[in-house]
Ligand binder design. Structure first.
Ligand code: ARG
Length: 467
C-alpha cells in the first residue's frame, strides 16, 4: 500500500475497500498526457517566478517526460491505493528523481490540476469532433450533388406529403450537422480557459504567473475566480448537451435508413459491409449499424443527465462528487466519434433505388396541394380549393385512381375551372420545380444551396489549415 500524501494528519490506514471505492485511476489514466503537459508548464512557471530553481525545474521536466514514455510503452504500473492519475505520476516522480519531486505540487492542488487536465483533454477531443463533422458534411454534400435529379416522396407524420428532391432531404441533414459544428465551436470558447493557479479554491500565497502558464499551454484566457475555477463543470455539461443534440440528428438519420432499407420501402440498400445477417433466417440483411447508432444516442443523453445530476446542488467549491464526471464524458466522446466515423464510411456506399423513390412520389395523392393551388391560380379562394380537391381525392380513392388519372370530365364534377393544363401541374417534377420559394425544393434552389455549402465548407477547411 502506497504512502498517502495526507498521512501526516491521519492515525489510521485507509480501508482496502475505501481504496478501491475512491480510486478513479482506471478512468482518469486517459488524462496522463494532459497531466504531464500541465505539470511541465507548471514547473517552468515555478522556475520563471523563482519559486523553484531552474535546475530543479529541469530535473522535474526530465522526470515527467520519462514517465510519459513509460506510460506509452506500457511499462508504467498502476495501483488503486494511489487513487488517480495525478498521484500516480507524482509518486512515480518521487521514486525516480527523489527529493526534487516534492516541489512539483507547490502552489497547486489536485482541484485545479484536474480541472486543467479535463479542459485540455476536451479541447483536443472537441477539435477532432469538429473535424469529423466537417468530413461528414462533405460526404453529405457530395451525395446531395449526385442526387439533384432524384425525386422522392417527402413525408409529414410518416405519411406521404409532397414530392421533394432527395438532395433537398440530404441537405436538411447538412444543415443539422452544420449547426452541430457551430455548437461544438462555441463550446470551445468556454472549454479553452486555464484554471491552474486557483490551487485548492482560494488561490495561492506564492508569486505565480498564471498568464505565463496559460501561454505555455496555449490557452487564450485564464479563469477569473479561483472558487469558480475548481467548481465549474458547465463546459462539460454544455459539451454533452451539444453532443446529445448531434446524436439526435444521427438517430433521426439512422431511423430513416432503417425505414428506407425495409422491404416495404426499398428506397435504399445498405452496403453489405455495413449490415449483418441473421443466425437463423437466411434471407435477412439487417440494418444493425444505424440501429446501434440510434441506440447509442441513449448513452450520450445518459452522460448529459449524469453530469447535470452530479453538479446539481453541490455547494462551492470542489466536492469529490465531481470525480464522477469523467466516465460519462469519456464515454460520450468515444460514442460520438465512433458514430461520426461509421457514417463517414457508410454514407458514400449506400445504394439509392431512384426508380423506387420516384414511383413512391408518383402515387398516394402527393399532388393534391398542387391541384388546389391550380384552382387558386384560376381564381378560387384557397379554402374553397382545398375543399373541392378533398372531394376529388375522395372520388379518386373510390375509383382506385390517382388524381392525375382522372379524366377532365371527372375533374369538372368538382370544378368547372379545370382545363387540360392541369395535367402539367400534377407531375412530381413540375411540383418540385414550382417550389421556388427561398429554402424550397426547386432544383435551382437546391443547386444554389449545395454551391453555397461548398463555399462555406471550403472556408472552414481553410481556417482549419491556417490554425
Ligand atoms: N481524482 C479527483 C477528481 O477527479 C482529483 C481531485 C481530488 N481532489 C480532492 N480534493 N480530493 O476529481
Amino acid at each position: 500500500m502506497a504512502e498517502k500524501p495526507w498521512n501526516g494528519r491521519f492515525s489510521q490506514k485507509t480501508e482496502g475497500i475505501v481504496e478501491s471505492f475512491t480510486s478513479s485511476i482506471n478512468v482518469d489514466k486517459r488524462l496522463y498526457a494532459q497531466d504531464i503537459a500541465g505539470s511541465i508548464a507548471h514547473c517552468r512557471m515555478l522556475a520563471k517566478t523563482s519559486i523553484i530553481t531552474e535546475e530543479e525545474s529541469s530535473r522535474l521536466v526530465k522526470g515527467l517526460l520519462k514517465i510519459k514514455k513509460d506510460i506509452e510503452s506500457g511499462r508504467f504500473k498502476y495501483n488503486d491505493s494511489l487513487e488517480d492519475i495525478h498521484m500516480h505520476i507524482e509518486s512515480r516522480l518521487a521514486a525516480d528523481i527523489g527529493k526534487a519531486a516534492l516541489k512539483l505540487h507547490t502552489a497547486r492542488s489536485r482541484n485545479d490540476q484536474v480541472a486543467l487536465d479535463i479542459r485540455m483533454y476536451m479541447r483536443e477531443e472537441s477539435l477532432e469532433i469538429i473535424d469529423g463533422l466537417i468530413d461528414l458534411r462533405k460526404i453529405l454534400l457530395s451525395l446531395a450533388g449526385n442526387h439533384t435529379g432524384t425525386i422522392m416522396a417527402g413525408y409529414t407524420h410518416l405519411q406521404k406529403a409532397q414530392p421533394v428532391l432527395f438532395a433537398h432531404h440530404l441537405m436538411a441533414y447538412y444543415e443539422m450537422f452544420s449547426r452541430d459544428t457551430d455548437r461544438m465551436r462555441d463550446c470551445q470558447k468556454r472549454i479553452n480557459v486555464m484554471p491552474l493557479g486557483s490551487a485548492a479554491l482560494a488561490g495561492t500565497t506564492y508569486p505565480i504567473d498564471r498568464k505565463y502558464t496559460a501561454g505555455l499551454l496555449d490557452f487564450p484566457k485564464v479563469s477569473a475566480n479561483s472558487i469558480d475555477s475548481v467548481s465549474d463543470r458547465d463546459f462539460i455539461i454544455e459539451f454533452l448537451a451539444s453532443a446529445s443534440i448531434c446524436m439526435v440528428h444521427f438517430s433521426r438519420l439512422s431511423e430513416e435508413l432503417v425505414i428506407w432499407s425495409s422491404y416495404e420501402f426499398n428506397y435504399i440498400e445498405l452496403p453489405d459491409a455495413f449490415a449483418t445477417g441473421s443466425s437463423i433466417m437466411p434471407q435477412k440483411k439487417n440494418p444493425d449499424i444505424p440501429e446501434l447508432v440510434r441506440g447509442k444516442t441513449g448513452r450520450v443523453f445518459g452522460a448529459l443527465f449524469a453530469l447535470l445530476a452530479i453538479m446539481k446542488s453541490l455547494p462551492l467549491s470542489y466536492n469529490r462528487d465531481m470525480q464522477e464526471d469523467k466516465e460519462p464524458v469519456f464515454d460520450a466522446i468515444d460514442t460520438l466519434k465512433a458514430c461520426i466515423g461509421i457514417y463517414i464510411k457508410m454514407l458514400p456506399n449506400l445504394k439509392i433505388n431512384k426508380d423506387v423513390m420516384l414511383k413512391g412520389a408518383s402515387s398516394g395523392y402527393l399532388n393534391a396541394t398542387d391541384m388546389a393551388d391550380y384552382l387558386v391560380t384560376k381564381g378560387m379562394a384557397f379554402r374553397d380549393a382545398h375543399a373541392c380537391t378533398g372531394k376529388a381525392v375522395r372520388y379518386a380513392i373510390g375509383e382506385k385512381k390517382e388524381l392525375h388519372e382522372l379524366t377532365l370530365e371527372e375533374m369538372r364534377l368538382f370544378s368547372s375551372l379545370f382545363s387540360s393544363d392541369i395535367y402539367d401541374v400534377l407531375t412530381p417534377a413540375s411540383m418540385i420545380e414550382r417550389r421556388k420559394s427561398s429554402g424550397g425544393t426547386a432544383t435551382e434552389n437546391v443547386l444554389r444551396a449545395i454551391k453555397k455549402a461548398k463555399r462555406d465548407i471550403g472556408k472552414e477547411c481553410q481556417k482549419k489549415a491556417s490554425k
